[in-house]
Design a protein around this ligand. Structure first.
Ligand code: SF4
Length: 140
């Protein structure tokens, strides 16, 4: 567990470091529908253009030279409907449950270790949303 029973975190305005990390953005079926509606597309058309579907997961296709089609210099262009994974960061199970991983993530996330005190119970509650949203990623 990290830092006793509390963590500090406050997202830094203007920062896009987490969006810029190497990796994939996974979606729930609801995330897909919300994003499609937000950009004025049908879910089917949005999926065909932006989503790669595997047996258990949906993930955004990556453009050639950036991490995400929806990341602009001003930040996330679908911010109000951003996928569960993006919305819950940095309260991911693997970060909240490991002091070392939380600290390592603080290497690129300037919000970690600053600002509001977050009770560990609140952090774990947010983390459980990830486990529910992407069960195949958190199976033992
Ligand atoms: S890296 Fe941290 S501070 Fe920067 S945008 Fe992401 S959550 Fe906010």
């Amino acid at each position: 567990m990290t830092n006793g029973q509390t963590l500090r975190f406050s997202c830094k305005p203007g920062c896009i470091n987490c969006c810029d990390q190497e990796g994939y953005v996974y979606l729930t079926e609801q995330d897909l529908k919300n994003a499609a509606k937000f950009v004025g597309m049908t879910a089917k058309a949005f999926e065909a253009k932006y989503v790669y579907r595997t047996k258990h997961l949906l993930r955004l296709r990556k453009p050639a030279k950036s991490q995400c089609h929806f990341l602009s210099s001003g930040g996330c262009s679908i911010h109000p409907v951003k996928p569960t994974q993006c919305r819950t960061f940095p309260f991911w199970p693997e970060l909240v449950k490991s002091r070392a991983e939380w600290r390592r993530t603080g290497g690129y996330c300037p919000g970690i270790g600053h600002g509001e005190l977050i009770q560990i119970g609140t952090a774990l509650e947010i983390a459980s949303e990830m486990e529910t949203a992407y069960p195949s990623m958190y199976e033992d």
